[in-house]
Write a new protein. Structure first.
Length: 46
């Protein structure tokens, strides 16, 4: 069983938009709707 709040956070993240490899905005949740997804956040300093 998942801890309370995990699904609400996933729902919040799913509604955010990100840019795909072509620069088109897509809903983040669409990336894991039909398959498993790994999300890696990278920050560039400099």
């Amino acid at each position: 069983m998942l801890p309370s709040g995990v699904l609400s956070r996933a729902d919040t993240l799913a509604s955010l938009t990100v840019l795909d490899e072509k620069g088109t905005e897509v809903a983040l949740g669409s990336l894991w709707r039909d398959r498993t997804a790994v999300i890696a956040l990278v920050r560039h300093f400099g």
